[in-house]
Design a protein around this ligand. Structure first.
Ligand code: NAD
Ligand code: WQD
Length: 351
């Protein structure tokens, strides 16, 4: 279902993990896309592969701009030369541990970058935004599944940037009700495009579970540290809601369509998860099954700040966005392994 009028979307952080997968889907759905990315946590090769995946015709509808949201001039340059119908705002730093050691970097990048973006959007009367929020805004939820109206709290500076940016979005909408903003709270994005050409490629040692498992599987790391084996869960390891990145990408298309179609959307938050909880040990087994590789594990103490079990209520997104995750853990592991197996060193050609 291509869009009848070609809508022009600015995608900040479009060279990153979730950004690249979403850009592929946007182009396939008939949108025109401009990316702005400073390549702080990504490489231009990822954008080249997006072009390869969508083919030469759709590629013509994709523009890449090297730019930093912290420089208002970089954003202004884009808005002054074309009209955007909406912005999907992925750009941000996301490493929880790094944010604890260097909170100013997170406040500077995530908060100032976003404020610059809002200012420029307002100046050019582009008032529709899909914002990358996170399940981190639920902190350690007292109940599961997490519902969008739960109390919000942040556990670390990264999480605080997401919480503040949600509050900023709500304040902007209160002051200027014509803004339409969808806050998408992603749970744990994993997997890769089924082609195995694009995927997550973290710099340095991964913080997150799946990229870590992937690097053990290809021999880059010797074993997986399993943080916590005494949680009150089915097998003692912590439980999360893993969601395939292609489902997430489609969630953004659904959110955009909602923004365009519903003048009453206001500033609304939606969970993007599967609603299924999977433990760390279950994820390891699923990956072993998908890859045929043994993942050696070491049982370790809990990681500080980690919650026991977090998963989404998916009702609101299903009902209001008409979106539901299609893929389960087996497909997530299959596609993650396909990406890893074809690109053991990520986008690098060799070490
Ligand atoms: P990513 O690091 O792969 O992508 C983010 C992109 O933004 C990168 O390409 C980076 O170079 C770019 N960027 C960062 N700061 C910028 C700036 N000031 N100006 C221009 N570009 C900038 O991360 P991702 O996993 O694709 O995450 C995308 C968004 O989703 C982030 O906002 C993240 O906080 C949020 N999120 C991610 C997860 C996750 O686990 N991956 C979960 C919840 C929310
Ligand atoms: C998942 C589970 C770990 C690594 C983080 C951010 C959150 C959001 C998503 C951006 C936990 C365990 C992990 C390892 C392990 N990101 N684990 N060994 O912590 O649920 O969420 O990413 O918004 O804000 O906090 O994801 O992948 O780091 O961990 O045992 O080497 O895997 O303890 O139980 P998390 P994760």
């Amino acid at each position: 279902m291509g869009s009848s009028v070609e809508q022009n979307i600015l995608v900040t952080g479009g060279a990153g993990f979730i950004g690249t997968h979403t850009v592929v889907q946007l182009l396939k759905e008939g949108f025109k896309v401009s990316i702005i990315d400073n390549l702080d946590n990504s490489v231009i090769e990822a954008v080249d592969r997006v072009r390869e995946l969508v083919g030469p015709d759709l590629s013509k509808k994709l523009e890449f701009n090297l730019g930093d949201l912290r420089n208002k001039g970089d954003i202004e340059k884009l808005f002054s030369k074309q009209r955007f119908d909406a912005v999907i705002h992925f750009a941000g730093l996301k490493a929880v541990g790094e944010s604890v050691g260097n909170p100013r970097r997170y406040f500077d990048n995530n908060l100032l970058g976003t404020i610059n973006l809002y200012e420029t959007m307002a100046k050019y009367n582009c008032k529709m935004m899909v914002f990358s929020s996170s399940a981190t805004v639920y902190g350690q939820p007292e109940k599961i599944p997490c519902m969008e109206d739960f109390e919000l709290k942040a556990m670390n500076p990264y999480g605080r940037t997401k919480l503040f940016l949600e509050e900023i979005a709500r304040d902007i909408h209160t002051a200027e009700p014509e803004w339409r903003i969808v806050l998408l709270r992603y749970f744990n994005p994993v997997g890769a495009h089924e082609s195995g050409r694009i995927g997550e490629d973290p710099k340095g040692i991964p913080n997150n579970l799946m990229p870590y498992i992937q690097q053990v599987a290809v021999g880059r790391l010797p074993e997986l540290n399993v943080y916590g084996h005494d949680y009150p869960t089915k097998d003692g390891s912590a439980v999360r809601d893993y969601i395939h990145v292609m489902d997430l990408a489609d969630g953004h298309i659904a959110a955009l369509r909602k923004l365009f179609a519903d003048p009453k959307i206001g500033c609304t938050a939606y969970n993007l998860g599967t609603g299924q909880g999977t433990s760390v040990l279950e994820m390891v087994s699923a990956f072993e099954k998908a890859s045929g590789k043994k993942i050696p594990i070491k049982l370790c103490p809990r990681r500080s700040g980690d919650a026991t079990a977090v998963y989404a209520s998916t009702e609101k997104a299903e009902k209001e966005l008409g979106w539901k995750a299609m893929y389960g853990v087996d497909e997530m592991c299959r596609d993650q392994w396909n990406w890893a197996n074809n690109n053991p060193w990520g986008y690098q050609k060799k070490l």
